[in-house]
Design a protein around this ligand. Structure first.
Ligand code: UDP
Ligand code: MG
Length: 205
């Protein structure tokens, strides 16, 4: 922490973020592994603020901003939006909120996301919560959840799985090598998964 102050200062909000010094937990796992569902439970029981990178990007598309068209296209293909776009949205959301404990769900998705976040914000996560789930189970959930998401179709789902195994797992491996990953068996029903999640957060609060 604090090793990248210069890079952060040139970014603008970066230095303000260092000053705020929020506690960050990255919540990672494949599409349909239950990140959003479990984050809602954690918010309710442990007082964190939930920031879904995907939701922030979808909201940015809705504002009709200049990046909106590019973001929408990339999301509909299941590919990873440029780091600086996502990081700006995350920084803004953290600074706008009075809380100092955040769950960042669905980010970082590749090594470049991770190193950019660390160098632009100067922040390292407290730990990474990893929802481990089989592709068969995730596919079933995505195809039956009906959230009206354009990317929940079988072609895009397959692409998202590929991006997850080829890029996002590297991030989990990186933090695992630093002893920062808390892995949860996410194939079970949501209530059972939350019991395991509680066992991670309860000792911290
Ligand atoms: N996305 C991205 N960067 C992020 C988070 C999301 O580029 O940090 C894009 C990416 O195209 C992804 C889509 O948003 O496939 C949906 O992400 P979300 O986390 O909402 O869904 P998930 O695939 O985890 O179900
Ligand atoms: Mg989600």
């Amino acid at each position: 922490m604090g090793t990248n102050v210069d890079a952060a200062n040139t970014e603008g909000t970066g230095s303000a973020l260092i000053e705020k010094n929020p506690k960050i937990v990255f919540v990672l796992g494949g599409p349909g592994s239950g990140k959003g569902t479990q984050c809602a439970n954690i918010v309710e029981h442990f007082g964190y603020t939930h920031l879904s990178a995907g939701d922030l990007l979808r909201a940015e598309v809705q504002t009709g901003s200049e990046n909106g068209t590019m973001i929408e296209k990339m999301m509909s293909e299941g590919v990873i939006v440029p780091s600086e776009v996502t990081i700006k949205l995350l920084e803004r959301a953290i600074m706008e909120n009075e809380n100092d404990k955040f769950l960042i769900d669905g980010f970082p998705r590749n090594d470049e996301n991770r190193s950019s976040f660390e160098s632009l914000t100067g922040i390292e996560p407290e730990f990474v919560l990893f929802f481990d789930c089989s592709e068969d189970e995730m596919e079933k959930r995505l195809l039956t959840r009906n959230q009206g998401r354009k990317d929940d179709n079988i072609d895009t789902i397959r692409k998202r799985f590929k991006v997850f195994t080829e890029s996002s797992l590297n991030v989990i491996n990186y933090y695992n090598s630093k002893g920062k990953v808390k892995k949860i068996d996410a194939s079970k029903p949501a209530e059972e998964v939350f019991e395991a999640v509680k066992a991670v957060f309860a000792p911290l609060s």
